[in-house]
Structures are given as structure tokens and as C-alpha cells.
Write a protein that binds this ligand. Structure first.
Ligand SMILES: [Mg+2]
Length: 158
């Protein structure tokens, strides 16, 4: 396959595309107290997350403008999380080849090793802060608090 002429864009999953914190808040107090400090180890927690507001629409638009990939980290000690993340992407974006996320899920603990132009991520962790392109710090209180601010910034830079 010929390399794309578009710039490369990576988008994080948890609390960027998918509302992980919102899901945890809905869980029973018993489950939350049992997994306090490591909610990412709750079995199946990743499979049924709601998308962040505007995230799906933004992903579709950005996929037209950029060579777009999902760049996520899965917990080393929660093997089902790796499967759950793939299933979430298929559930939200579809399984067919025409899906803008088809074979575009990258799971890594070393995001800085991925070559590209932009990374939208709510956390500096797992190499995001060392990404060689431009890191757009997503989330409430950050430079890019929501998806409309990301779109406004990225559209003219495609
Ligand atoms: Mg995240």
C-alpha cells in the first residue's frame, strides 16, 4: 500500500475518545472500593465505555483530513483489557474495512516510538509527553478541553 500523503494523527482512547472515568463513576461502591487505585484492572471495564462528547463525530471528520490512528495503552496485568479495547473500537466504528478505524488500533506502552505529526492525549504517560510530533493535551483544564477545540486547531493544520 502506498504511503499516505496526509499528515499522521494519533488519538488516545481512555478519557480522550472513550469515557473511562464516567464508566468507573457508574460502578457500585463495592467494586470501586475493591479496585481503588487500579480501576484499570476491573474485568471487562473497557468493553462498554461511552464515547466522550463529540468524539465519534470528530474522529470521523479527522480521518478524512489526516492519516488517523488510535494510540492506546492497555494494562499489562489485565489481559482482557487488550481484547476489550479492540471490541470497543469495532463496536463504535464498525468492523468492516470501510470503518475509519479498521486496523488502526495501536496498543503500546511506548507512544513516543510512533512517528507522526499530532497526538491527542489526556495524559503525558507512556511516552505521550516525549512524542516527537505535537502533543495536544486533551481534557478539562488543559489547552484542549473538548473535541470542538481540537477540531478548530487541527482543521487548518491538515
Ligand atoms: Mg487517556
Amino acid at each position: 500500500m502506498a504511503p499516505s500523503a496526509k499528515k499522521i494523527l494519533y488519538i488516545d482512547l481512555d478519557n480522550t475518545l472513550a469515557d473511562f472515568d464516567g464508566r468507573v463513576a457508574e460502578l457500585s461502591p463495592e467494586i470501586r472500593s475493591r479496585y481503588e487505585g487500579h480501576f484499570d484492572h476491573i474485568p471487562g471495564v473497557y468493553s462498554l465505555l461511552k464515547p466522550m462528547p463529540g468524539a465519534v463525530e470528530a474522529y470521523h471528520e479527522l480521518s478524512e483530513l489526516f492519516d488517523t490512528y488510535i494510540l492506546s495503552t492497555a494494562p499489562w496485568l489485565n489481559p482482557t483489557a487488550w481484547t476489550d479495547k479492540l471490541q470497543w473500537v469495532e463496536l463504535i466504528f464498525g468492523v468492516e474495512e470501510a470503518s475509519p478505524a479498521y486496523k488502526r488500533l495501536i496498543i503500546t506502552h511506548h507512544k513516543d516510538l510512533n512517528r507522526g505529526d499530532f497526538l491527542v492525549d489526556d495524559q503525558p504517560a507512556h511516552g505521550a509527553d516525549a512524542f516527537a510530533g505535537e502533543w495536544l493535551h486533551f481534557g478539562a483544564g488543559n489547552r484542549f478541553p473538548d473535541w470542538s477545540s481540537v477540531l478548530e486547531y487541527l482543521r487548518p493544520r491538515a
